[in-house]
Write a protein that binds this ligand. Structure first.
Ligand SMILES: Nc1ncnc2c1ncn2[C@@H]1O[C@H](COP(=O)(O)OP(=O)(O)OP(=O)(O)O)[C@@H](O)[C@H]1O
Ligand SMILES: [Mg+2]
Length: 208
């Protein structure tokens, strides 16, 4: 069996799409036959734990698991039997973010395209690059994107700061939130090829 991969999705900003991205990664990994679990570090909101509970209530496939935790080391020891562990970080907690980073094989920073999102996220990326042993450094994921132009501009800004952005974007879809409130279906946002770039593969396979 391939070794377990730990993917950390972190941002100190709230509402940028951390939990949505974690769910997407875990769900796509599970759809590929992998055993996937989300460790939800936002123990107040427990967004991903709730999402998994709703899926269970509705017998939705593929199965994804989640548990709330505050202790990354302990939880990773207790969950050795998985192929993919996705860490759903809590917003606004630099100390907790710092605890998660060394445990990750891949670190993804979800960000919107606005300056207000990019500036603190690039600052976080720089701090993570200094802490992490990952040769490539953290990867940005564009979330809640409205237009191809703003995505392209954000990519350029991130690239100029010396970081990589995953291909594709999680575009802002009003129906995403509505679906999740009604629990009629699991959130299954896609990374559409809204800004195709020749020779590059779409994001889900590169994250999961
Ligand atoms: N692409 C999208 N289109 C529309 N709504 C979205 C999209 N992505 C996320 N949302 C909605 O935005 C809200 C915040 O998303 P999410 O919970 O993934 O962010 P978060 O970074 O985990 O937030 P928090 O910091 O509160 O944990 C949720 O209501 C979610 O359904
Ligand atoms: Mg969240």
């Amino acid at each position: 069996m391939a070794r377990r991969r730990v993917i950390g999705v972190v941002s100190q900003k709230g509402g940028v799409g951390k939990s949505t991205l974690c769910q997407l990664i875990a769900r796509e990994a599970a759809a590929q036959g992998k055993q996937a679990k989300i460790l939800d570090f936002d123990v107040k909101q427990m967004t991903s734990v709730d999402w998994v509970r709703e899926r269970l209530e509705r017998d939705l496939e593929p199965p994804v698991e989640a548990e709330p935790t505050k202790n990354v080391g302990k939880s990773l020891k207790q969950n050795r039997g998985y192929d993919i562990i996705v860490l759903d970080g809590a917003p606004g907690s630099p100390k907790r973010t710092a605890e998660l980073v060394p445990e990750c094989d891949i670190i993804i920073l979800p960000t919107g395209a606005s300056k207000a999102d990019l500036v603190p996220t690039i600052a976080l990326a720089r701090r993570i690059a200094q802490m992490s042993h990952e040769a490539e450094g953290p990867l940005f994921a564009l979330c809640r994107i409205l237009t191809a132009a703003e995505a392209a501009e954000a990519r350029a800004t991130i690239g100029a700061a010396g970081f990589m952005t995953l291909d594709g974007e999680l575009i802002e879809r009003p129906a995403t939130g509505r679906r999740r409130i009604s629990a009629a279906a699991p959130a299954r946002p896609r990374f559409p090829r809204s800004t195709p770039r020749p020779g590059r593969s779409p994001a889900p396979s590169s994250t999961g």
